[in-house]
Design a protein. Structure first.
Length: 390
């Protein structure tokens, strides 16, 4: 990401001091993957002292991150300029450190990710096939949809291209009910869809799953649950069943976290406890996993993932027009297994409750990421004009 870097201070601050801080934070931002350029529409402004308000405004761009600390009236100056920037319609975010020169932390990384997400505008999503018939609340109007036929996506698929990935997947599992040859088509399909996403400029994709279509299962011999799990592991948000709202939610979570998101059916919501279930999850987010038969049909294949307890999770479900959003935070807990899909995750909610889930009226699938990006997601949704529930 290109960034304009500036140092702002009172008029009596020596230039060599300002230059020292500019060099220090230029090096830090470069290590975070930023490219320093004066032409960027995104400014990272280090506020050294009080009296820097006018320098901050002069250095500002369309998108701005201010860095301040308690010393030398840095924070008061940053707060004053922050208000002026927002009053003028520009994006501005403040990060506070304890002392001058303190190294940047994950907040700076996430601030840059948040700005990147805002700047991307409406995402372009691929829809493979059509949404499954049971999804009656899955459309999304604020996205660009590029739809292709399911058969087109499968045409000429060579399972041999997935053998190595199938081998790796099975070697990482505690057990597998299927061989490398049986898993290979799913891994090959993940590669096919990833290539298609790159070629067609998709920011993510969702497909109408044939998981309960016994004729399709008989003809193809497998289902795409593992394909979607692998796509998310590759960094491509991929949702099940043609659910655009789940996909958008996964897209936001994964962009802000930098890691894979997943989605689940809300099978239990009581008090502060949620249990989500689905037939898969990106293997890298699981504590351990096995490869098992699909629920209901017994077809190849599903991932049965188990999650460590005590992990922070951020959960999201958006409305079709992004006017409302259900945003929750919780920690993973052990929960009694219920009769539903193979992968089950228990969550004790820290922000929000089961009542919020039941009353939000935003549909079934909840997207989640095992990371605490609650604040960044809320800021993004608020910026986009959404009313956040709770």
């Amino acid at each position: 990401m290109d960034i304009h870097l500036a140092v702002a201070s009172s008029a009596d601050t020596p230039e060599d001091v300002k230059r020292e801080y500019r060099e220090e934070y230029s090096e830090q931002l470069t290590k975070l993957g930023a490219s320093i350029t004066p032409d960027s529409d995104t400014a990272f402004i280090v506020v050294l002292t009080g009296g820097a308000e006018n320098e901050i405004l002069a250095a500002s761009r369309r998108y701005n991150v201010l860095l301040a600390w308690p010393h030398y009236n840095s924070l008061p100056s940053a707060l004053e300029a922050l208000a002026a920037l927002r009053d003028s319609g520009r994006y501005a975010k403040l990060i506070t450190l304890e002392r001058p020169g303190q190294p940047l932390d994950e907040r700076a990384v996430r601030a840059l990710r948040l700005i990147e997400l805002i700047k991307r505008g409406a995402p372009r999503f691929g829809l493979v096939g059509a949404p499954n018939s049971w999804l009656v609340s899955s459309n999304m109007v604020l996205v660009v949809v590029d739809q292709i036929g399911l058969e087109e996506s499968l045409a000429g698929l060579d399972p041999r291209t997935g053998l190595e990935d199938a081998r790796k997947l099975i070697s990482g599992a505690i057990s597998s009910e299927f061989s490398e040859a049986q898993i290979a088509p799913m891994a090959a399909y993940a590669k096919r869809l990833a290539e298609m996403a790159e070629k067609r400029g998709w920011d993510g994709l969702t497909l109408g799953c044939w998981c309960f279509d016994r004729e399709a299962i008989r003809r193809l011999g497998w289902t795409p649950c593992i394909s979607l799990a692998l796509l998310n592991q590759m960094g491509i948000p991929a949702a099940c069943e043609g659910d655009m709202r789940a996909l958008y939610s996964m897209y936001v979570l994964s962009r802000l976290s930098g890691g894979p998101a997943w989605m689940g059916n809300v099978n239990l919501a009581e008090g502060d406890l949620l249990v989500l279930t689905h037939d898969g999850a990106p293997p890298m987010i699981a504590d351990k996993y096995s490869i098992v038969k699909r629920m209901g049909t017994g077809a190849p294949a599903a991932i049965r993932a188990a999650f460590a307890s005590g992990l922070t999770a951020t959960l999201l479900r958006v409305s079709a027009d992004l006017k409302r959003a259900l945003l929750l935070k919780g920690v993973t807990v052990e929960a009694e297994r219920i009769e539903a899909c193979n992968t089950q995750i228990g969550l004790k909610l820290l922000v929000g409750s089961a009542k919020d889930v039941l009353e939000a009226g935003l549909g079934n699938h909840l997207a989640f990421v095992l990371d605490d990006v609650y604040d960044e997601v809320k800021e993004y949704l608020t910026y986009m004009g959404a009313k956040v529930v709770p």
